[in-house]
Structure formats: C-alpha cells, structure tokens
Design a binder for this molecule. Structure first.
Ligand SMILES: N[C@@H](CCC(=O)N[C@@H](CS)C(=O)NCC(=O)O)C(=O)O
Length: 243
C-alpha cells in the first residue's frame, strides 16, 4: 500500500487503520503549503487535491486501486480486511452513522474554527462564535453518547479511529479545552476524555500517530516558510478566490 499524506488528523485516521489491520505501507509526504496537492501527478490520484490518498497495489480486483477521501479509505480498508466494521448490518449501520458525524461535522467544523481563530484577518467575530459554538455542540453530542457507550458504536470501530485524532488535536490546540490548574484537558466532557485516553493507549493508535508526527517538523517548517501567495492559494483567497 502507498499512502500520500502529512501530519494532519485526516491522514492519521488512515495510519491508525493500517496499523490496526497490520497492513504494511509506504508513506509519501505531500507538502500542502508548497502546493504539492495541485500538481498534475497528485491530481491524477485525487482530482479534489486533498490528502489522504491510498493506493492499494493488491486490490480485490487484482490490480491497483486508488482511494481518496478519508472516510472512503477507512470503509475500503475495513471491507477488505474485516477490521473496524461489524459484519452485523445494524451494528455496521450505527458505526457508519458515527463515522459520518466525524466526516461531516467534527472535521469540517473544527477546520473552520481553526481557520477563523488562527488564519483569518481580524473582524470575524460572528464566524468565530458560530464555529466555536458548533464545535462545543458536537463535543457535547459525543460526550453524551460516550456516557452510555464504551466506544462510539458497537465496539471499537472506524468511527473511533476517525474521531480520536481530531479530539486529540483539539484538546491540545484550544485553551478552553486544554489542561490547566482547574483540571485536565476536556474537563467539561469527562466521558469523551475517558474514551480518548482508552483509544490513544492502543498500540496501533500510538504507532499511527507516530507515523503522522514524523512529518510534523517538515509541515511546520513549510508552514513557517510559506509566503503570502502560498497562503492565499492554500486558503483559496486573494487571486485564488472564485467569485
Ligand atoms: N474530506 C476530506 C478532507 C481532506 C482534507 O481537508 N485534507 C487536508 C489536510 S487535513 C488537505 O489536503 N489540505 C490541502 C488543501 O486543502 O489544499 C477527507 O476526509 O479526506
């Protein structure tokens, strides 16, 4: 298997899954601040210009198969290996529902929150409040669910693999979620905290996180070195804005 990615949580979901399934893989770094995702060779793999992308050279069809979108990659690997997805149709349906909450809620809303709190010019109070509120609402949804359930749905599944890297990142990124003298990180969400501690202690999760973090110094360096044009292209603004 070949994985194209960087140190971000959407990629770490996949490294976690590959380690859970015991599948060997080679990882290629895509430097998004330098615009690697827009190069023709990468767009041939993913026309949507985003990581992660997986290429399976021994697919069920015999030849190579390329998969983009982290949720589609998790489902592909789960179906191929039987890891992380129940064979019972109702349990499987519940696991996919919670996977979708990550893919359509946690990921995009946290992405917008990060954009408006860190990268947008000043004067976006409305957007900032909206995304912080939506992230808090989603954290409460997860906490309520995990009060009653050990994992998000029917045992440890791809829903947990997809969600844990995002919650881990959030809890280290935002002062209102971080540990301080008033208590541990995520103290307002104790069931979510309990779940995260269990998930990130799994050997495959530790290995998956490490695999992504090997690229962190490189990503940070490229981020620091990026010029105004590279930021505009990455954020789709300035001359890259589509009116
Ligand atoms: N829905 C996509 C989101 C992927 C995504 O946003 N990837 C980011 C890194 S975490 C990326 O490639 N950013 C580069 C860009 O947007 O140009 C998925 O789940 O795979």
């Amino acid at each position: 298997m070949e994985l194209y990615g960087m140190s971000s949580p959407n990629v770490v979901k996949i490294t976690i899954m590959l380690h859970e399934a015991g599948l060997p893989y080679e990882m290629h770094h895509i430097s998004v601040f330098e615009g690697d995702q827009f190069r023709p060779a990468f767009k041939a793999l993913n026309p949507n210009s985003k990581v992660p992308v997986l290429v399976d050279h021994s697919s069920v069809g015999g030849g190579s198969h390329t998969v983009f979108e982290s949720g589609a990659i998790l489902l592909y690997l789960a179906e191929k290996t039987g890891v992380g997805l129940s064979s019972d149709p109702l349990a499987r349906s519940r696991q996919i529902q919670w996977l979708m909450v990550q893919l359509t809620g946690i990921g995009p809303m946290c992405g917008q929150l990060t954009h408006f709190s860190r990268y947008a010019p000043a004067g976006n109070e409305y957007s900032l409040a909206r995304y912080r509120s939506e992230v808090r609402r989603l954290l409460q949804v997860l906490d309520d669910r995990l009060k009653e359930h050990e994992y998000l749905a029917d045992g440890y599944s791809i829903a947990d693999m997809a969600t844990a890297p995002w919650i881990r990142l959030l809890s280290t990124m935002y002062p209102w979620l971080q540990a301080n003298e008033e208590g541990p990180a995520l103290r307002e969400y104790p069931s979510l905290r309990r779940w995260l501690e269990v998930v990130i202690a799994r050997p495959a999760v530790i290995a998956g996180i490490e695999a992504g973090e090997r690229f962190l110094p490189n990503d940070m360096e490229k981020f620091k070195k990026a010029d105004a044009d590279q930021f505009d292209r990455f954020f789709g603004r300035g001359k890259y804005l589509l009116a």
